[in-house]
Design a protein around this ligand. Structure first.
Ligand code: NAP
Length: 483
């Protein structure tokens, strides 16, 4: 019998009022039920929000450096439990164990970084028009905030939202993705073990339509930080900002890797495969379009196909496996549908294209790493987020055309260029419409101390991570003090 996990509300682990649970299933082996989680209701959500509201005053009254001590203690607990958390992550999400360990280590960094931010939530002092007046600003917490997270980074994203929310003095209701709630629960338990006072962090599982929608509607919740699809995010943004609360949405991408004729081709190929195929392409920053200079496109394509042919797909818990499954059957079917669309649109299928079958693949949702050539940028496979191990190669006549193609998308999350020419690299950095630019590095990957987020339809603009992350979770107060 799988373990049954509860909600954390006001410091107590409790069942949902629905009396029902849902299963968290291993996408590499659907016979493996990772756990049963509470199918929570709007009523449970209101209880979690009320608990967060009750804890607000006390938490806010604590100094930020003192709040940072709780975060630092949480980091040590996650570090201690890293192996177990990563294994649970791989079981419920499917990415490989080394990827799971790397992601969990990132959560440790995040808690450590924001523990330090407790000593750096700066305001400003400004000369006043009047004499004998101290004019300054302070950042104050919003109050109760809701955090809604996706399944693809089930430890890093809850961590990088929770840590700045808490250090700024907010109390939180966290709703993780239903496909991968266990890892987020492990982070919540780490915070609990670190001694976080009851009600400061509340954890509630259940569908987006019940828990997520209630958080969005609650007048007590003064901010919602969301990461997920742009369909859900844009509707959520309208609802939350429509009632005057703050809303931060990090959404999809269609990230380009531009490869110029003077690039180190071996490196460009490795970075492209890393960005497109690792983590099963289930990253918002995944490389989905390789835009390659016409002089090297043939050689680049041949090398990509060689690299892709040797990739080992399988259960991420097994040593040597490099790419895991799609998160669930629906996501796998979406990927397979896009592969059909690509073929119908006239793109040339060069590798993969099928569901992997036979033992052990029949136990999970595995798709072959897939490469399309002769892709044109107006095709749906070049415009819509696929979220699977699928790469489209597009030929560009020159740098000018490559930049135009790279920008010809409604998304603007991450972009990369491989080139040996620093002037061209810098021009790319100037002209590319993306929140994150990589030069001779993959579209994926982000460091905790710098802002993370996108432009255009990828993001609502307020950045996560780095010291600016605290901005979303705070209001600014201006104080005029005449002495
Ligand atoms: P999703 O379906 O939009 O779900 C994200 C979260 O929203 C889940 O917790 C989901 O709950 C919840 N939700 C669903 N419907 C809701 C509603 N009506 N109201 C409030 N909440 C609702 O996205 P996903 O499939 O989990 O994640 C993949 C997407 O995330 C991709 O598009 C990817 O690009 C994006 N992503 C973006 C970033 C970034 O930083 N830009 C990072 C990672 C992922 P349930 O799980 O219960 O449905």
């Amino acid at each position: 019998m799988p373990e049954i996990y509860q909600n954390l509300i006001g410091g107590k682990w409790v069942d949902s009022s629905s009396g029902e649970t849902f299963a968290d299933i291993n996408p590499a082996d659907t016979g493996d039920i990772v756990g049963l989680f509470q199918a929570s209701t709007a009523e449970d959500t209101r209880a979690a929000v009320a608990a967060a509201a009750a804890a607000r005053r006390e938490w806010r009254a604590l100094s930020a450096p003192r709040r940072g001590e709780y975060l630092a203690a949480t980091a040590r607990i996650i570090e201690r439990d890293l192996g177990g958390i990563a294994e649970g992550l791989t079981r419920e999400e499917g990415k490989t164990l080394p990827e799971g360990k790397g992601e969990t280590a990132r959560a440790v960094q995040v808690f450590d970084y924001f523990a330090g931010e407790g000593r750096r939530i700066f305001g400003e002092t400004t000369p006043s028009e009047f004499g004998r007046t101290l004019l300054y600003t302070v950042k104050e917490p919003l109050g109760v905030v809701g955090i809604i997270t996706p399944w693809n980074f089930p430890v890093a994203i809850p961590a990088w939202k929770l840590a700045p929310a808490l250090i700024a003095g907010n109390t939180v209701v966290l709703k993780p993705a239903s496909n991968a709630p266990l890892t987020a629960l492990r982070i919540v338990r780490a915070c609990e073990e670190a001694g976080l006072p009851a009600g400061v962090l509340n954890f509630i599982t259940g569908s987006g339509a019940s828990v997520g929608a209630e958080l969005a509607a609650s007048p007590v919740v003064r901010g919602i930080s969301f990461t997920g699809s742009d369909t859900v995010g844009s509707s959520l943004y309208g609802r939350v900002t429509g009632r005057g609360a703050k809303c931060q949405c990090e959404m999809g991408g269609k990230n380009p890797m531009v490869v110029m004729e003077d690039a180190d081709l071996e490196k460009a190929v490795n970075l492209t495969i890393n960005g497109a195929i690792w983590s099963t392409g289930q990253k918002c920053t995944a490389t989905s379009r390789a835009i390659v200079h016409q002089d090297v496109v043939e050689e680049f394509t041949a090398k990509v196909l060689e690299g892709v042919a040797s990739i080992r797909v399988g259960n991420g818990l097994e040593e040597g496996v490099q790419v895991g499954p799609s998160i669930d059957e629906a996501q796998m079917n979406t990927v397979l549908e896009y592969i059909e669309i690509g073929k119908e649109e006239g793109a040339r299928l060069l590798a993969g294209g099928n569901r992997l079958t036979g033992d052990p693949y029949d136990r999970g949702y595995f798709v072959e790493p897939t490469v399309f050539g002769d892709v044109s940028n107006d095709m749906r496979i070049a415009q819509e987020e696929i979220f699977g191990p699928v790469l489209g190669i597009i030929t560009a006549a020159d740098f000018e055309e490559a930049v135009n193609i790279a920008n010809d998308t409604r998304f603007g999350l991450s972009a990369s260029i491989c080139t040996g020419d620093i002037h061209r690299a810098m021009e790319f950095a100037d002209r590319i419409e993306a929140g994150m630019v990589h030069i001779n590095s993959p579209t994926v990957g982000a460091e905790v101390q710098v802002p993370f987020g996108g432009m255009k339809d990828s993001s609502t603009g307020t950045r996560e991570q780095g010291h600016v992350a605290v901005d979303f979770y705070t209001d600014t107060k201006t104080v005029y003090l005449e002495y």
